[in-house]
Design a protein around this ligand. Structure first.
Ligand SMILES: [Fe+2]
Length: 274
């Protein structure tokens, strides 16, 4: 299998995952197997030049979400090994190698995504985004993801939203929830996205990272909140319950998350209240 990406976002060229829609379950969900991992990836930024701004924006935010989630996913200094193999965590958790890729991917998206959306023929920006997507793909397919991607699946299935835009609109809210357990990394994300964090406490800088992500997706024309996709607050509970079933991803969330937590995060993301 030789994979040649024409967008910059999914990281599918290095990933074992495929995303399928299950209409009867109202779910858009990922399945993962190493047989799906391409043998060769040919990443040529020139193939992304014709990508329209909307697709550039949404797929670019998918790459950012992969990188931020991989960077902040659970760390396993010792991996739990339940006797039932189906209960074992698939991903390896964040580690020094996946961090190197994630950090560079976050920096590249912060530097180039606005430019790539504004001018598709900005080859330097396209190159930056292609590399960001690839690095984020390498990072998350080894480290794992967090609640962002888990929450995006029921939203995508029920409201037929674009994957990249959905993760984008959930990302700052999950970051806000997760930041308390690892302020150092979230403060670093703020810095990587170009925020001036000098003089701020780590906690304040971590908060800045969430706002930087929202500012980015608004700058590139994505909607303000999940309400713009037709989600209403009355949907929050059932979306939270559906999310709870996506344990493959939820297991990687660095902070323990209950159905009540998920509901609260959904409410905030629907209202757009960061
Ligand atoms: Fe994704």
């Amino acid at each position: 299998m030789i994979a040649v990406p024409t967008t910059s976002g999914t990281g599918s060229e290095v990933s074992p995952a495929a995303v399928l829609s299950l209409p009867d379950k109202k779910l858009k969900v990922g399945i993962s197997d190493n047989y799906q991992r391409p043998e060769i990836a040919i990443v040529d930024p020139l193939l992304t030049v014709g990508m329209p701004p909307g697709v550039t924006a949404a797929s670019g935010m998918d790459a950012l979400s992969h990188a931020i989630e991989a960077y902040t996913t659970k760390r396993y200094d010792r991996k739990p090994k339940p006797s039932d193999p189906s209960k074992r965590a698939i991903y390896n958790g964040t580690n020094n190698l996946t961090d190197i890729c994630a950090v560079e991917a976050i920096r590249l998206v912060g530097k180039f995504l606005r430019r790539a959306v504004n001018n598709g023929y900005d080859i330097e920006a396209r190159r930056g985004m292609s590399l960001a997507s690839l690095l984020a793909g390498i990072s998350f397919t080894n480290a794992g993801l967090t609640a962002v991607h888990a929450m995006a699946f029921p939203v995508g299935g029920r409201f037929h939203t674009t994957h990249g835009a959905t993760v984008a609109l959930l990302l700052p809210y999950v970051m806000q929830f997760n930041a308390v357990v690892n302020v150092e990394k979230f403060a670093h994300i703020a810095e990587l996205l170009g925020e001036n964090i000098k003089g701020l406490s780590l906690r304040e800088a971590a908060k800045r990272a969430c706002f930087a992500v929202r500012e980015l997706y608004l700058d590139i024309g994505l909607p303000y909140s999940l309400r713009d996709f037709g989600c209403e607050e009355k949907d929050a509970r059932s979306l939270a319950e559906e999310t709870l079933k996506i344990q493959r991803l939820l297991a990687g969330n660095p902070r323990q998350v209950t159905v009540e937590d998920l509901e609260k995060i959904f409410r905030k993301a629907i209202r757009g209240e960061l």
